[in-house]
Design a binder for this molecule. Sequence first.
Ligand SMILES: Nc1ncnc2c1ncn2[C@@H]1O[C@H](COP(=O)(O)OP(=O)(O)OP(=O)(O)O)[C@@H](O)[C@H]1O
Ligand SMILES: C[C@@](O)(CCOP(=O)(O)O)CC(=O)O
Length: 457
Amino acid sequence: MAPNAVAVSAPGKVLLAGGYLVLDRAYTGLVFGLDARIHVIVQDIATRNGVTLNEIIVTSPQFQDAVWEYGYRLTERDGGIQVTPLRVDATLKLNRNVFVETALGYTLTYIASITTPNVTPASITILADNDYYSTPTSLSAKSGAAPRFHNLGVPISKANKTGLGSSAALVTAFTAALLTYYLPKETIDLSTDSGKRKLHNLAQASHCAAQGKVGSGFDIASAVYGSCLYKRFSPDILSHHVEPGQPKFASQLRHIVDETDEADRWDTEIRKDEVKLPKGLRLVMCDVSCGSQTPGMVKQVLAWRKENADEANAIWQDLQNANDSLAKELRALAESDTRQSYEHLKQGFARIRELIRRMSERSGVPIEPSSQTELIDACEAIPGVVGGVVPGAGGYDAISLLVEDNETTLNELAKLLSGWTFKSEASGQPGDGRVSMLDVREEMVGVRAEDATSYQG
Ligand SMILES: Nc1ncnc2c1ncn2[C@@H]1O[C@H](COP(=O)(O)OP(=O)(O)OP(=O)(O)O)[C@@H](O)[C@H]1O
Ligand SMILES: C[C@@](O)(CCOP(=O)(O)O)CC(=O)O
């Protein structure tokens, strides 16, 4: 590890309540960070045969073919720093990673827009905690302690994601690591509110650009701030800037990140102290691997809402009230020394699920399909399980549970899930999916500086 190495990590996410609603500024999302993190280490590039490479090399060593090399140059007319993917071998097809490439271009451009840049060549390593991907059977069968970071042995595009928001955690940790590496602490300090706010703005901008759409941004918010109650930003903030490399891109990006004018101010609301988890309870995430996610669910739900505004708005408002009540009850229990009954929480989950099923039925989109209803009902029947939901956009991918944090409950749950064969209506094949409990739980802390030497070896 080079002596100037810096390392930063950012957490994954689960939108426990507020899927679809959070796309609209009139509503909020209850989002928990998760203790599966993506880590990014930046250091001097090692010389090869005495030659210093004038480039930035990014590697993600858990995957096959996961090396991306970039040249970079300052463009004319305030277009920012343009990064150009280089071919690792002239005979190979160009292998691109749009999230890495975009975050690199945006971050270097921001750095160049606030300082006289001294962008030295660098080597960047990305490491993902194991629960971002389903563990391949070949690895789970191996005896002995699992390595801290699995080598998945396949290209990233072939790995089975568990839906914890890898791209948002990656973009956040990557952006934060570059800012820390290239800028002095007096210019940006990510342990301060103002440093975090700039990181948030920059990471939202590049994540949206890489995704090719302006989503609600709850995943970047939780990667930066950890668990929070989230109200989105007005999409306008990110829809007027020119493309990277175009004249004035650099100044426009600086205004977006630094909020230089009142008119540039982000209207995002992030309320951290309104999200608490009572002592003795924890979140459990279950990955449903039946490979039948319905594409375009967000589009379909929004189209239905547009056509059926009155009915949809009534459901949206009822859900917002139910979500607020759940967050409030969690806070009340967390802050009280005496109240220990989970009855209100149970009712809260039941009400949220009832409304999500109504949303599902009315829009015709399988947000809580009947196979997920069966699974959550079975989990809720276990003593110690307080409640469950389909998180985020819902569908067949995952369920989230709030449970009492004790061995008996977790063992009972593991027993139920290991024998569960998941039936996906989408594929029509009964018993074609397994359900596994991920080794993750809620995480209150967002982006975090790490000790770079802890990744050695
Ligand atoms: N460990 C990693 N190393 C390099 N790139 C990564 C890594 N993890 C994620 N990425 C980038 O993020 C992309 C995956 O982003 P995508 O938005 O499809 O998934 P996600 O963020 O995990 O989604 P979800 O919100 O469903 O959890 C990958 O194709 C790659 O570009
Ligand atoms: C449906 C939506 O509200 C949540 C999607 O969450 P997830 O990717 O399923 O965790 C979309 C969004 O907020 O960007």
